[in-house]
Design a protein around this ligand. Structure first.
Ligand code: C2O
Ligand code: CU
Ligand code: CU
Length: 553
């Protein structure tokens, strides 16, 4: 069963009636030594004549696609112009807890936060989104999210499409529910389908091998992707980088927060048109988006619906015309390397939002550490789902491999490095996880259900990763909150420790100011006499160090 765009339009609210297809928006690419992200409230017309309140990153809805290079240092400044707190999380990235942007790393309204970390992940499709306790679903739904692409030499050596926006296309898929005023409702499932913030989207792609980077950015709906004509395509990457070889399939599951890269061979098909669909009619009954009448309703539940119309145009001057036979060597760690097995049992009954689902019977508490791991070790994790609903389970700061689903090896396309895994009702999914980044109890890592309703509704727990040699967790300098920035003079700072010394350096690293700290965690520095431009504030005390970038006007 499937519906056409015209039929879908009849079923969605009146304000969406009769809209023509729109050209797919491609988020701008952003590549710089220091990346600046400004989060703010806006309005945007997704539908002509309808003003919709949004949040955006450097724009009205969603954010730029950040490009990072493996082994480089990432420096990302996040400025919060919202009237509420936020945080910014680098989903899938292997960074220490204090750079991870979880719920402890609050950026108050008007403040900036800087993350600085070495890029350790292999080439792949990652993403960023806010993570403030109880506000994640709201802020992500309103539009704070973007892609983060890592490039490396192993990927660069392969003959793969990588001309952004031409033969290499990021696609964040979201369903949306509107209320009559044109506002996006915060509801588990929506009635309209957007790609990159474009409703009823089409894209023109060249008649050659093209690469699609797929991300499920929806609150709760799981997509089962395929083409209307059932053609097969090649999966080349999962959440955390390339597979060992392309895997041909005609269906691909994409749960919340998950990514896949696929290759589609459009050679010789100029003038054709094809339709990327989600086959909600094929989802298991425990999966949000299936036709399960127990769950919150939507016209898109339980049916096959269009995601993106692809029109095939002329090939480019230098097309990729074949698909490599092999990709990279990424064998999972051997199960025997595991130092410990943990079982995480999911319980609860209910609808998607109207239900209470828990991990091991525990509820999220910002002040409780639920698990302690040792840095550099591997562990086997079992997610056992005894609830009535499927949950996409995610761990921060790591990649893992799926070893088994109910005792059987996972599908071939699920065998790459991952950080989200969908666990259906009744399933026991076995993972091997490598804990390669430190996190302490002040700023621990999260593991949680990536259904954003569940994440905000306590289905999230915390873990620390201790260094067994030094018995300390976390070695990198901590980020510090500063405001305002840009500034003309006085700047307030808040570090997580008593500050004994404050130093301000210019962009060349020269010390411009050194003063004793307040010996409490909050204080001020006066930059009135400083030259304008970028300045670095370094704070020290109690054996800890923190730094932040400032802009002097
Ligand atoms: Cu997408 Cu806790 O993360
Ligand atoms: Cu994450
Ligand atoms: Cu869940």
């Amino acid at each position: 069963m499937r519906i056409s765009f015209a039929a879908a339009a009849l079923l969605v609210p009146a304000l969406l009636l009769g809209q023509a297809m729109q050209q797919l928006a491609i988020p701008p690419l952003m590549e710089a030594d220091t990346l600046h992200l400004t989060v703010a409230a806006h309005t945007h017309q997704f539908y002509p004549g309808v003003n919709t309140p949004t949040y955006g990153v450097n724009g009205e809805y969603l954010g730029p696609t950040l490009v990072l290079h493996k082994s480089d240092t990432a420096r990302i400044v996040v400025e919060n112009q919202l009237e509420e707190i936020t945080t910014m999380h680098w989903h899938g990235m292997h960074v220490p807890g204090e750079m991870d942007g979880g719920p402890h790393s609050i950026i108050p309204p008007g403040a900036s936060w800087m993350a600085e970390y070495p890029v350790k992940n292999p080439a792949g499709t990652y993403w960023y989104h806010p993570h403030p306790h109880l506000l994640t679903a709201k802020q992500a739904n309103l539009g704070i999210a973007g892609f983060l692409l890592v490039r490396d030499s192993a990927e660069a050596a392969l003959d793969l499409p990588r001309t952004y926006g031409v033969d290499d296309i990021p696609l964040v898929i979201q369903d949306k529910k509107f209320i009559n005023t044109g506002e996006m409702a915060l509801y588990p499932v929506g009635d309209s389908l957007w790609v990159n913030g474009t409703p009823d989207a089409y894209v023109e792609l060249p008649a050659q091998v093209v690469r699609l980077r797929l991300l499920n950015g929806a609150i709760a709906r799981v997509f089962r992707l395929g083409f209307e004509d059932n053609r097969s395509f090649e999966v080349i990457a999962g959440d955390g980088g390339l597979l060992s070889a392309p895997v041909a399939t005609n269906r691909l599951m994409l749960s919340n927060g998950e990514r896949h890269e696929v290759l589609l061979d459009l050679s010789g098909q100029e003038g054709d048109s094809l339709l990327l669909m989600s086959f909600g009619n094929e989802l298991g009954q425990s999966v949000p988006g299936s036709g399960n009448v127990m769950f919150e309703g939507s016209v898109l539940n339980g049916i096959a619906f269009p995601v993106l119309r692809i029109r095939v145009g002329a090939p480019t001057a230098d097309p990729v015309t074949s698909i490599p036979a092999t990709l990279v060597d990424n064998a999972p760690p051997d199960e025997s390397s595991s130092v410990r097995t943990r079982t995480k049992t999911i319980t609860g009954m209910g609808m998607v939002a109207m239900g209470q689902f828990l991990i091991n019977g525990e509820m999220f508490d910002l002040d409780v550490v639920n698990d302690t791991m040792l840095l550099g070790t591997n562990e086997v994790w079992h997610f056992v789902n005894n609830s009535n609903l499927a949950h996409p389970m995610h761990l921060h700061g790591v990649s893992f491999h799926v070893l088994e689903r109910n005792g059987a090896p996972p599908p071939l396309w699920e065998r790459g490095p991952k950080d989200v895994v969908l666990v259906a009702a009744g399933e026991d999914v076995k993972l091997i996880v490598h804990f390669g980044e430190p996190a302490d109890a002040d700023i621990p890592f999260m593991y949680h259900c990536h259904n954003l309703m569940h994440e905000d509704h306590m289905m999230m727990l915390q873990f620390v990763v201790m260094d067994p040699v030094t018995a300390t967790a976390g070695t990198a300098p901590r980020p510090v909150l500063v405001s305002p920035s840009p500034t003309t003079g006085l700047v307030r700072f808040a570090a997580g420790f008593p500050v004994a010394q404050a130093v301000v350096r210019d962009a060349l690293g020269r010390v411009m100011l050194a003063q004793p700290g307040p010996n409490t965690s909050e204080g001020t520095v006066d930059l009135s006499a400083m030259p304008s431009g970028v300045l670095l504030l370094e704070l020290e005390g109690n054996g800890q160090r923190a730094m932040a970038r400032l802009v002097k006007e």
